[in-house]
Write a protein that binds this ligand. Structure first.
Ligand code: SF4
Length: 703
């Protein structure tokens, strides 16, 4: 600690929260402040092509959680029912002993690994390798299953590859029409909003599709207040109107797509009036939206969790992609599709083998060639690699059924973020051995047998891939506090204890990145041409980047799509949507985010400035719904579905549909919305239907 006024450090880093990955400097200057030996922090945005120097309130205050007095500084071990501090050798020894014992007695598949979309690419990559090589289990998946799986699987089917945006962020102001479906960028990715405002200034027509009048809807020219669960049908109606108006791009359809005729036949079955009633939106407004997008020379469609977190999320995204393809609005400036990722490394986190069915570089764990390639990079026999596992929630079901008896959780808080939380809590209690690596004693860590303290964003080095597919290097700024260690370093120690040290020899994150480059080489998400030196010099590089000379591709699909035949695929499979409310459960519960919080709030609840902005959870409901249920503004209510109930405070607002309740997802315990969400999964991507649950609401004073 230096003398008062001395600069302790100033370092360029990037925000740990959302997928924009805004660059910033954090400067730490020694106190005293008000007579105390405290430091002062100055945070400033650093211009780069993506965030252009902007920061939102989350980024400005991100350092507060890293500096929190609640950080875990030593490993904890459960003794006589209590978590008590222990040494690292003791913690690692216990973990390796218990994992080895379970593996030898019951097989490697009794151990599961649960990762996160905020981990660096290096850690996500190593976690996948750790599960398959050190443990030999097929059970690995991560919380990104709840974030991106619908858009990722849709992009892969339609285009032959999945990258969040098919265009650069800086291209947004060139679009004449922008459709934002189920995305509230104003609160979730606030530094993107100026791009849309710029587009508006340039004359763009902005359409927002959302059951609520959000801060994003406030900038729209047209807001379609769709009923939750009916997004796919809404996209179909728009496309049918565009077809009937002769606004499709026949030349593009003929040259670059297949499946259009089948789609035409399928849409001919739709009665527009009836369908609009099902969507809960006036047909004239949908027509206005369709004509605006169809007539614009350039246009973009972006989706996020509102469309994707549905049991038909995969198809819903594909129907929006049908619109993109039918109008030929992709592969040229001012055009394209974008999935607005939520988590900080939502993009990179899904590319390097953290998913149940994937190996690094987006390779398939079920493809013999892919397995052989990655096995060669890892120096193991292809036959030794386990097969495909199951999705995140399905892992929790196997935990509940005690097929999985032990779990390693890294960078995630599954007891809050999974749907149908009651089953997850019961399952985690049944585990023989739970290990959690975290910065804080999260709700999941509190249930663990061993808790391992890890470094925060200011303290570790690694790459993250933003929503554009731009890989950014985040440098280490501060030393680790106490005995906190890097996630990758912990994995190496456990692998060592399991006798797998030869496969986990890394001195730093860059060593892991260099192996990741090889493992991803020739794959869809190809990082081979990137080095730390290049990332420092060039301030970020897009994938695919296949050689040291390759500058990466910002605008995708200019001449061909990524399928072998170069064409994109329409889908003609329609979805009935979700309409399962009943007399007993007449309201639709939907969830989402609020500006000051991130994921389950493990970090943002420890930031005093952010926490002060939203101290407790709430339900937003329409005055008519409140009157029908005798609810007063500000009072506590109970919301119940067939799966469970939770309690929050009521906020009565005109901005939401009468049939819909909105509850944020950032709180655990009795305020956790996931106590009532349902466990049904999308058949294509295994995304739970977070956005639609049939519920009832009542004031707690009448309980
Ligand atoms: Fe940027 Fe997102 Fe962080 Fe806000 S939360 S500063 S938009 S990366």
């Amino acid at each position: 600690y230096g003398s008062a006024g001395s600069k302790l450090y100033v370092r360029e880093t990037q925000c740990p929260y959302c997928s924009v990955q805004c660059k910033m400097t954090v400067e730490e200057v020694a106190g005293p402040i008000a007579g105390e030996r405290r430091a002062m922090y100055t945070v400033e945005g650093v211009p780069n092509e993506a965030s252009q120097g902007r920061l939102c309130v989350k980024g400005m205050n991100a350092h507060q959680h890293a500096l929190s007095g609640q950080r875990l500084l030593k490993p904890l071990i459960r003794r006589n029912g209590e978590l008590v501090p222990c040494s690292w050798p003791e913690a690692i020894q216990l973990i390796t002993k218990r994992f080895a014992s379970l593996r030898d007695r019951h097989g490697a598949d009794t151990i599961g690994v649960y990762g996160g979309g905020s981990l660096t690419n290096e850690t996500a990559y190593l976690l996948g390798k750790f599960a398959r090589v050190a443990l030999g289990t097929r059970y690995i998946d991560y919380n990104g299953r709840f974030c991106m799986s619908a858009a990722a699987s849709a992009g892969s089917k339609v285009f032959g590859m999945d990258r969040g945006l098919t265009f650069r962020l800086s291209d947004i102001p060139r679009a004449q029409c922008i459709v934002l479906a189920g995305t509230n960028v104003a609160e979730c990715q606030p530094t993107l909003l100026p791009y849309f405002n710029q587009a508006k200034e340039n004359g763009a027509y902005i359409i927002v599709i959302d059951p609520r009048k959000t801060a994003t809807a406030a900038i729209a020219d047209l807001h379609l207040q769709v009923k939750p669960g009916m997004d796919a049908l809404l996209a179909n109606i728009m496309l049918k109107i565009i077809m009937e108006a002769g606004l499709v791009n026949e030349q593009f359809i003929g040259a670059r797509t297949h499946g259009y005729e089948q789609l035409q036949n399928a849409l001919s079955e739709i009665d527009l009036e009836e369908a609009a009633v099902q969507c809960g939106v006036d047909l004239s407004l949908i027509r206005q939206a369709a004509m605006a997008y169809g007539q614009a020379e350039t246009g973009m469609i972006m989706t996020a969790r509102g469309v994707e977190q549905q049991t038909d999320g995969h198809l819903a995204v594909r129907h929006f992609l049908n619109l993109v393809l039918a109008t030929g609005k992709i592969g040229k400036p001012g055009c394209g599709y974008g999935a607005i990722t939520g988590q900080g490394n939502g993009q990179g986190g899904r590319e390097h083998g953290q998913k149940a069915d994937q190996l690094p570089g987006y390779r398939s764990i079920e493809n013999e060639q892919d397995r052989a390639y990655v096995a060669a990079v890892w120096g193991v026999e292809p036959e030794s690699l386990p097969g495909k596992g199951v999705s995140a929630y399905e892992m929790m079901e196997r935990v509940h059924d005690q097929e999985i008896r032990s779990l390693l959780v890294m960078g995630s808080n599954p007891v809050v973020s999974n749907p149908n939380v009651r089953l997850v809590e019961e399952g985690l209690r049944k585990l023989e051995f739970l290990v959690v690596a975290d910065m804080f004693l999260s709700e999941t860590a509190k249930m663990a047998d061993v808790v391992l303290p890890v470094t925060a964003y200011l303290e570790n080095e690694g790459t993250l891939t933003n929503l554009e597919g731009r890989v950014l290097l985040r440098e280490q700024g501060r030393p680790a506090p106490g005995e906190a260690r890097h996630d990758w370093d912990i994995l190496c120690s456990i692998a060592d204890g399991l006798g797998k040290a030869p496969y986990f020899q890394y001195g730093c994150a860059e060593d892991i990145f260099n192996e990741l480059r090889m493992a991803s080489r020739g794959g869809i998400a190809d990082y081979y041409g990137m080095t730390y030196e290049r990332l420092r010099r060039e301030k970020g590089i897009y994938w695919p980047c296949s050689s040291l000379e390759d500058t990466g591709e910002g605008l995708l699909f200019v001449e061909r799509f990524a399928h072998d035949d170069g064409k994109a695929a329409f889908t003609s499979e329609l979805s009935p949507g979700w309409q399962d409310v009943s007399r007993e459960f007449p309201l639709i519960l939907t969830n989402g985010r609020v500006l000051p919080h991130y994921l389950t709030g493990v970090q943002t609840h420890r930031s005093p400035t952010l926490e002060a902005r939203e101290l407790e959870n709430f339900v937003e409901l329409h005055p008519a719904a409140a009157a029908r249920n005798r609810i007063m503004d500000g009072e506590w209510v109970e919301i119940q579905s067939v799966h469970g109930s939770f309690n929050v405070r009521a906020r009565i607002k005109e901005n939401i549909r009468e049939d819909t309740l909105f509850v944020p997802m950032h709180w655990g315990g009795i305020q956790n919305v996931n106590r009532a969400t349902r466990p049904d999964l999308d058949p294509y991507c295994r995304m739970p239907g977070f956005k639609t649950a049939a519920v009832t609401i009542r004031p707690m004073r009448l309980a």
